[in-house]
Design a protein around this ligand. Structure first.
Ligand code: MOS
Length: 754
């Protein structure tokens, strides 16, 4: 059986008729989770009761450890080990460089005395209990040679440099036509700069790992989005063979990008477990989640738009300056969507990085589009105001026929439908036509909207499907379920592919021994892993067909394999059939691997998911308090695999966009170079009381240029333009354009009282 299948919609098998795919099936892991039966990494007790590690963090942002005194900590009750740069086992150097898969890099911890950011781990205290480890951690004393730390983005723009590539491999700069000339000559222009604050991802389950060695082989219960990358990264760090690393991650309490790379806790747990010869577990505290899991960097963005008076764009430029750590480059793809969003003959995008003495940036839910669209779609709203053209109409007038920079067709693009359908459902024609024109008591009311776009792709992924003796099918793959519904959608795809009910399908995930997938991330996990399972089922059907037609005991003996269909738990040719349970019982071990690989359609077509977002807000005339009153998102994400889990993803996305627009801000104490927002009280985000009624509409669609199941990425799409719709609604309510996110009330209040 060939185990490689480069996808080509013209010749590859595709999921056509569906019964269960798309249905709003309840999450199959839901009961296990709400009843506490689902075990997370930290809850596993492998072998003898595990020791517990607590990370000690640096209290300077830049400098050197001159002396580190662990003697008191070592003598504290229950302490088994204090690991520092002075006694840590040998690890590989950080790397390889950014050109390669950054999630598979070696990430050594406690390397030397150099401090690169406030909160960098300087020791791991391991004790018999968490409380003993935490208490002893306060007894570790470091003396530093403290150096000046540069921590403010705006003060360091002069030091910006151009990265080799941004995101997963995009060019940092693009140029088409003559932007400067066309912009200078444009009758209507917008030239605006926007600032985005640092943001932190904080999944409910903090980063956690439980490590145990058996000789030279490591088994670790982890909370990782991509097991194959984590396995490679851990093996590289520890300088052992990847097959000596076995990772298990069956349930994950959220990741949002922060669990794509390996993090300090897993490396430290593995090192300490090896030193002690016993299982060690390490979880980050909530405070440590803010200093040691990577953040969404702060950005300065400049958007320039030049248009004819009829609204047609003639020139588009989107320039980005983002923070990167000095010790690890992180280059977000903040302006890359601008290359494909609107038509205009003259265009330019540019990304620059500003090295600062802060922790490293990391992929965070809609990396690029979330901050990028907040700025860019605000600028589009500014242009609509300048042109006196309706913001929906302005976007419709700039719909491109082809990808505007690549000049290739779109695989599917229903942005115009999203915009029109959204406007109709939201009652956009009721929008206050001029800012500050609608009041209810002391509340100013405004409507805002935004477009959204997010790259759609798949990555090589495999799965094994096996026919069980009871006629059910088990599929195994190293895919993860980070709370998004992977178990459920994979079950639906396998059920339709095999012609059985979902109850006959068992999906096993989260084990690095299983066939490799791209994991959960980048909105490509569902399409990739569902396609792998689909292809595995197609291959299994072929195996079943071969087996029964060759078997004299089967009623299908000598039937035509090409005519065989799978329906109602039976294999059938014309009016002859046999149940899968009879086949499975008689022929145990029928099993096949299916693989999906992106093919030529990702070169021939421009592939994105699209959305339109609408928001109504009220702004208090006296306090400038902003309340969202209602929101709507309309989405083009190809075939929806599960109407309930997809809706949840999108709903959460709109909430996140709202949160980014109004609340989320990592605040730096410039005296120490530390973030002072270090818990879920100080770091403000949207709570339920901040969230209005939100309506989610998913357009019908199947995109077979994308993958065999016809889906496009949905995971991060909800966030993309959600914040800009809020920002634009605030302008419509007040006439005040705030270009610094989050739009906290102080920024509105200054102008509101004028
Ligand atoms: Mo997402 S930032 O790829 O988890």
């Amino acid at each position: 059986m060939a185990d490689s299948q480069t996808y080509d919609p013209a010749s590859s098998a595709k999921l056509d008729a569906v019964t269960f795919v798309g249905q709003p099936l309840d999450r199959l892991d839901g009961v296990a989770k709400v009843t506490g039966q689902a075990k997370y990494a930290y809850e596993h007790q492998a072998g003898p009761s595990a020791s517990v590690g607590f990370i000690v963090e640096a209290s300077i942002a830049r400098g050197r450890i001159l002396a580190l005194d662990a003697t008191l900590a070592e003598r504290a009750p229950g302490v088994r080990l204090v690991m520092t740069h002075l006694n840590v086992p040998k690890q590989a150097a950080f790397g390889p460089p950014a050109a390669l898969n950054r999630n598979a890099r070696a990430r050594p911890v406690l390397v030397d005395a150099e401090i690169h950011y406030f909160g960098q781990p300087i020791a791991l205290v391991v004790a018999d209990s968490f409380e003993e480890a935490r208490a002893a951690a306060t007894l570790v004393h470091a003396r530093y040679d403290r150096q000046h730390a540069a921590v403010i983005l705006e003060d360091n723009l002069d030091h910006a440099y151009r990265p080799e590539r941004v995101g997963p491999g995009f060019a940092p700069d693009t140029a088409v036509g003559d932007f400067e000339g066309a912009f200078a000559a444009a009758p209507v222009r917008v030239d605006a700069s926007y600032d985005n604050a640092y943001q932190n991802h904080n999944p409910l389950e903090p980063h956690a790992a439980l490590a145990q060695w058996d000789g030279d082989a490591l088994t670790a219960y982890v909370s990782q989005q991509n097991l194959a990358a984590a396995q490679a990264a851990l093996a590289a760090t520890l300088q052992i063979a990847p097959e000596k690393v076995h990772l298990i991650s069956r349930y994950i309490g959220g990741g949002f990008g922060s669990k794509l790379p390996i993090n300090t806790e897993i490396v430290l747990a593995a090192l300490a477990a090896r030193v002690l010869g016993r299982p060690v577990k390490v979880a980050l505290t909530r405070q440590q989640m803010f200093s040691n899991t990577g953040h969404r960097p702060a950005f300065r963005q400049r958007v320039r738009l030049g248009a004819e008076r009829d609204g047609h764009l003639v020139a588009i430029a989107h320039e980005v300056w983002g923070q990167t750590a000095r010790f690890e480059e992180f280059a977000e793809q903040t302006a890359t969507f601008t290359r494909s969003l609107y038509a205009a003959p003259n265009r330019m995008t540019r990304h620059r990085l500003v090295p600062l003495d802060l922790q490293h940036g990391e992929t965070m839910r809609a990396p690029g589009e979330a901050p990028g669209l907040l700025a860019f779609e605000s600028a589009m709203d500014e242009l609509a105001t300048a042109l006196e053209i309706d913001p929906v109409e302005l976007r419709l007038r700039n719909e491109p026929a082809l990808d505007p920079e690549l000049q290739i067709p779109f695989s599917s693009r229903c942005l115009a439908t999203c915009l029109r359908e959204g406007a109709r459902r939201f009652g956009w024609d009721q929008r206050p036509k001029s800012p500050r024109s609608r009041r209810e008591g002391r509340q100013l009311i405004g409507f805002g909207m935004s477009a959204g776009i997010r790259p759609n792709k798949i990555a090589r992924s495999s799965a094994r499907a096996t026919l069980r003796a009871d006629g059910g099918v088990t599929a195994r793959l190293d895919m993860t379920d980070i709370g998004t519904g992977s178990y459920t959608i994979l079950t639906q795809v396998a059920a339709d592919a095999m012609g059985v009910r979902p109850a006959a399908i068992t999906i096993e995930l989260g084990n690095s021994d299983f066939p490799e997938t791209t994991g959960s991330g980048g909105s490509l996990g569902a399409g990739s892993s569902c396609s792998a399972v689909y292809n595995a089922c197609v291959a299994l059907r072929e195996q079943v067909a071969q087996a029964v037609t060759a078997d004299p005991r089967s009623p299908l003996h000598r039937a035509a394999t090409s005519a065989m269909v799978f329906r109602d738990g039976r294999a059938m040719v014309d009016n002859v059939s046999e149940s899968l349970s009879d086949i499975g019982a008689r022929t145990p071990g029928l099993s096949a691997i299916g693989t999906i690989e992106p093919g030529d359609t990702y070169r021939r077509y421009s592939q994105f998911s699209y959305a339109a977002y609408f928001a109504e807000v009220q702004v208090d005339m006296d306090t400038a308090e902003v309340r969202a009153r209602r929101m709507l998102g309309v989405f083009d994400a190809g075939r929806i695999l599960n109407a309930k889990t997809a809706r949840s993803q999108l709903l959460g996305g709109l909430v996140w966009g709202l949160s980014a627009a109004l609340y989320e801000e990592g605040v730096i104490d410039t005296r120490f170079g530390s973030f002072i927002t270090r818990d879920l009280a100080g770091y403000h985000f949207a709570a339920n009381a901040d969230v209005p009624q939100i309506d989610i509409v998913m357009l019908d669609g199947v995109d077979h240029n994308s993958n065999p199941v016809g889906s496009k990425g949905v995971g991060e799409l909800g966030i993309c333009g959600s914040g800009a719709a809020i920002a634009n609604a605030i302008f419509n309510a007040t006439g005040i354009r705030v270009r610094s996110f989050p739009i906290t009330l102080d920024k509105i209040l200054v102008e509101l009282s004028n």
